[in-house]
Design a protein around this ligand. Structure first.
Ligand code: FES
Ligand code: FES
Length: 626
């Protein structure tokens, strides 16, 4: 496949962008900021962790004749991947020169911007939600903002601003009685008129999707592409045959979907990959089908799509067959931020084989089945069993093979499944330890037929507690099981005192804590089904199996009361929106990093000292000429 595309074509804020010979290593963020001088989207972490670079991507869905809008981290999105798509940044939705978009206005007006660096990203996450749902709930608002971190303002005023769009907004808007002098002291709201409240947002005023992308959908999406620059090639095959041929020709090429792994490796680990293959336009890799064994999900399907499909299955099927689906959906709630889940693919998550992958312990414990294909061979099935992970970031899949799909299995009525994750922070954080656990009982009894315990964070790979699993087969699911498991897990999952990641004792404790939680959960379910006659769970332990759904965050700020005689234009004691807030929200505020570099400009940065540094000889600052 050597089709050479002359141009990369996409739209930004309604304007067509045409780029000849785009650089496959260039991110969308870099392109927006450096090439188009759209500096509203900020560059902070550069690894998808903070959301300051959030923009909205829109694409035409030919099958359903609809437009899909989703938020992405522009710092990870390769610019080559937006061919045929529309990108919207905060500059494209409103400005002080024209009019502010309500998503910009409300965050500024409610004091949700302090330094303003996170503000454009917050605005674009909220804007994307409004494009998908003009009157969301507070839970949805928090879900869309979970990948956006604010380091200085705090989240209360940001959520206050965006609450005005929600179903829970007070009917009186800014005239809510909470804001009135006489009722501020108790901060109570009489929200009788809520039903009549219509927020300031009018979705019919939004810009239309570029008609060119719809009319010429086939030309943009069904044509193979090759971009090449600086020795790096970007292939976008559109058939499976092309993809298999490319993998055969370039076994060490990297398949790129969300770029959440390769993007970080190239940026922070100085890795260089000369052949990148984008597989989002290959139907076999984007299909989702129901089979007799489970749901077969194409390897390029994003985690957000996986969540939707599995939730639909849960809503429409019996509880008994969906136990793995439930564990996956629950885990996805705590899996990175919304922007990452919108672009990262299920196949990539498996194949990067991270030892702390959130989903791989679940896929291993349920023995998910992959379909893989290579040139000259027929499709082979690979079970994600105890042998699947071969070493640090290595699997049994060969370099010339391509993962086509993963089948997540149904459960049967004698089978129970749970997934667990412990991280420092609940949302958008990397696991310390995680686990997938499955037990299968002899029909109608509590005798263990099969047990699968898979852990992340305990070894260089996702790992199964093999001996523990084997030793428990044939035993009854009774209280004396727990001490036996604890002892065996200690032997199965050893950790040196100096193991990478540290906090060794805590991690070991988590492995047994997760099993204890699993034991209690299954015991309760066996009792509920009448399989065990006696509920052996002490009351004191019941809280361990409760599912804690966190409601929307709540908070309030009470402002100083000003006297009735104080004139309206006297700001003393009144909250005043700071002078840059609206510029922060629209991206019009110019930060030092947003200024166009001058030729010969010098940068100065402080450097760390070391113990042996002699400050009389060594510079304290590094100076670099650009
Ligand atoms: Fe932090 Fe992109 S800059 S997510
Ligand atoms: Fe959010 Fe400063 S980081 S306003």
């Amino acid at each position: 496949m050597e089709t050479k595309a002359d141009f990369l074509i996409f739209f930004v804020n309604g304007e067509k962008v045409i780029e000849k010979e785009p650089d496959p290593t260039c991110t969308l963020l870099h392109y927006l900021r450096s090439k188009l001088q759209l500096t509203g989207s900020k560059n902070v972490c550069g690894e998808g962790g903070c959301g300051a670079c959030t923009v909205m991507v829109s694409k035409y869905d030919d099958e359903n004749n609809s437009i899909l809008h989703y938020s992405v981290n522009a710092c990870l999105t390769p610019v080559c991947s937006v061919h045929g798509l529309a990108v919207t940044t905060t500059e494209g939705i409103g400005s002080l020169r024209t009019r502010l978009h309500p998503a910009q206005e409300q965050i500024a007006k409610h004091h949700g911007s302090q330094c303003g660096f996170c503000t454009p990203g917050m605005v674009m996450s909220m804007y994307t939600l409004l494009r998908n749902n003009p009157q969301p709930s507070m839970i949805e608002i928090e879900k869309y903002l979970e990948g956006n971190l604010c380091r200085c303002t705090g989240y209360r005023p940001i959520l206050d601003g965006y609450r005005t769009f929600s179903k829970e907004a007070c009917a009186m808007g800014d005239n809510c009685c909470k804001n009135q002098t006489e009722s501020r002291k108790n901060n109570k709201c009489n929200d009788e008129k809520r039903e009549n409240y219509s927020p300031s947002y009018d979705s019919t005023q939004e810009p239309i999707f570029p008609p060119d992308l719809k009319v010429n959908f086939s030309a943009y999406n069904n044509k193979s592409l090759l971009f090449e620059s600086n020795g790096v090639r970007w292939y976008r095959p559109v058939t499976l045959t092309e993809l298999i041929e490319l993998k055969h020709q370039y076994p060490h090429s990297k398949i790129i979907i969300g770029n959440t792994e390769v993007g970080i490796e190239t940026r922070y680990k100085n890795m260089k990959y000369c052949v990148l293959i984008h597989t989002c336009n290959i139907p076999e890799l984007t299909n989702i089908t129901y089979t007799d064994d489970g749901i077969k999900i194409g390897a390029s399907v994003t985690l957000s799509q996986v969540e939707v499909v599995l939730q639909q299955a849960i809503d429409n099927s019996s509880d008994e067959i969906c136990r793995v689906f439930k564990a996956v959906v629950e885990m996805l709630k705590w899996f990175a931020g919304k922007q990452i889940r919108n672009t990262a693919a299920i196949g990539g998550n498996i194949m990067t084989a991270s030892p702390i992958s959130d989903l791989n312990p679940i896929f291993q414990a349920c023995t998910a089945v992959l379909q893989v294909l290579s040139k000259g061979n027929s499709i082979r099935k690979v079970s994600m069993d105890v042998n699947f992970f071969q070493g640090y970031r290595q699997t049994v899949i060969k370099p010339t093979e391509v993962v086509l799909s993963v089948t997540i299995p149904y459960t049967d009525k004698n089978e129970y499944f749970e997934g667990y994750k412990q991280a420092i922070r609940k949302d958008d954080d990397i696991a310390i330890v995680n686990a997938g656990m499955r037990v299968v009982f002899e029909p109608g009894s509590n005798v263990i037929k099969d047990l699968y315990l898979s852990y992340g964070g305990m070894a260089p790979t996702t790992v199964m507690a093999k001996n523990t699993m084997q030793k428990l087969v044939g035993r009854k699911w009774e209280n004396n099981l727990v001490p036996a498991v604890c002892q065996n897990l200690e032997e199965d999952l050893p950790l040196d005192p100096g193991a990478p990641g540290g906090i060794v004792e805590y991690r070991k404790t988590l492995t047994t804590s997760f099993f204890f939680k699993f034991y209690l959960t299954v015991t309760q379910q066996l009792y509920n089904k009448g399989i065990t006659q006696e509920n052996t769970i002490p009351r004191s332990h019941l809280s361990a199996i409760e599912t804690r759904e966190l409601g929307p965050s709540k908070g309030s700020q009470v402002y100083e009361l000003v006297g009735a005689a104080q004139k309206d234009d006297n700001p003393i004691g009144r909250p005043v929106v700071h002078s840059s807030a609206y510029q922060h929200a629209t991206g019009e505020a110019i930060f030092v990093d947003d200024m166009i570099p001058l030729k010969g400009e010098l940068f100065v940065s402080p450097v760390y000292s070391s113990n042996h540094i002699d400050i009389s000889d060594e510079p304290l600052f590094a100076v670099e000429e650009v």
